[in-house]
Design a protein around this ligand. Structure first.
Ligand code: DOR
Ligand code: ZN
Length: 355
């Protein structure tokens, strides 16, 4: 046994699917999956069938979460035209606003004019998170410059995006970036093997893109790893014509990243920075006291669909060998996971940004 202790992992990009799509996941199953993988705090996205675009929709999520969550949980607000009047109202209750500038699950995509109106109204000091791929990311950066917006680029996947973010940082912009485990550990070639289970937005890219993502992570150009945990049922994925975009990931993020540490692709220090220190800084997430994960670095195992905790019941990483094994997880001093056994009572809390 070679025990390593790290702070509880934060996943700042998950889709818990409740309300509206609880056949895929719900707050209980999604946060249970989270803690099983060493994630002690998740921030939930607003692209539900009824989007989180009003104070009532936000309050509805708050009510739904009461006494039903295993990890701590916070929310983002939708950055859609109808939501603009509420941006200031909800400012102290959400970790940021999510703007969709490309098409994906939920149909929250906006036009260029709408995007401009949204950038103009983001409250000072709050983060605007954009789904903006490739050239669309350049548009988002230009708008952030114009309106002096604190911008966070979700799921960077291309080498060209990493180069552009590096340039923007060098120019002194207030910009941060995130990468998903699937873009770090899977590539376009894997789609042949995975079929619709390898389809998500943005798509898997080339080995060269992947290398640049890792380098960006090591050099601090990419600030955080977050999963874009986007569970869909096997039926929804197998639906030949229009399989849903997205893959689950919240429970496999730490095992995969710890494997990368064991293989010396990143340092343990970088792992902690990109899964805890940086997400807390970017989104003003409060520190979780006495919350940590113990990993036995001498163990190794293979990921399987059978062991998946998420309601969706599959993982695109099945078959991959993991180095290290989570032994126990503590939330506020209480052991919530003990050798794969998750506590029966959910003890997660709702969190709001530090002011
Ligand atoms: O693949 C994706 N799935 N990308 C997104 O941006 C959204 C997500 C979802 O909600 O299913
Ligand atoms: Zn997402």
């Amino acid at each position: 046994m070679k025990l390593i202790t790290i702070p509880g992992v934060i996943d700042a990009h998950v889709h818990l699917r409740e309300p509206g799509a609880t056949q895929k996941e719900d707050m209980t199953s999604g946060t249970k999956a989270a803690v099983s993988g060493g994630v002690t705090l998740v921030v939930d996205m607003p692209n539900n069938p009824q989007p989180t675009n009003s104070p009532q929709a936000l309050e509805n999520k708050v009510v739904l979460a009461a006494n039903r969550i295993y990890s701590d949980l916070g929310f983002y607000f939708a950055a859609t035209p109808e939501a603009i009047p509420y941006f200031t109202t909800v400012k102290d209750r959400v970790f940021g606003y999510k703007l969709y500038m490309n098409h994906t699950t939920g149909n929250l995509i906006v036009t260029d004019e709408q995007a401009q109106a949204i950038f103009a109204k983001i409250p000072e000091g709050k983060t605007l998170i954009v789904h903006a791929e490739g050239e669309t990311m350049s548009k988002a950066i230009a708008l952030a410059k114009k309106f002096n917006t604190k911008l966070h680029i979700a799921h960077v996947s291309l080498a060209s995006e990493v180069h552009e973010i590096k340039k923007a940082k060098e120019q002194g912009m207030n910009i941060t970036a995130e990468v998903t485990p699937h873009h770090l550990f899977l590539k376009s070639d894997d789609v042949k093997r995975l079929g619709s289970y390898g389809i998500m937005k943005p798509p898997l890219q080339t080995v060269n893109d992947q290398e640049v993502l890792w380098e960006g992570l090591r050099r601090g150009i990419i600030d955080i790893v977050a999963t874009d945990h986007a569970p869909h049922t096997i039926d929804e994925k197998d639906n030949g014509e229009k399989p849903s975009f997205g893959v689950p990931g919240v429970e496999t993020m730490l095992p995969l990243l710890f494997t990368a540490v064991a293989e010396k692709r990143i340092s343990l220090e970088t792992l902690v920075t990109v899964t805890n220190t940086n997400p807390r800084k970017i989104f003003s997430i409060p520190e979780q006291l006495d919350t940590y994960v113990e990993i036995d670095a001498s163990e190794s195992y293979v990921l399987t669909n059978q062991k998946v905790v998420s309601k969706c019941g599959w993982t695109p990483f099945a078959g991959m060998r993991i180095k290290g094994k989570i032994v126990s997880i503590y939330l506020r001093g209480h052991k919530i996971v003990d050798n794969e056994k998750i506590m029966i009572e959910p003890t997660g809390k709702l969190v709001t940004p530090m002011i």
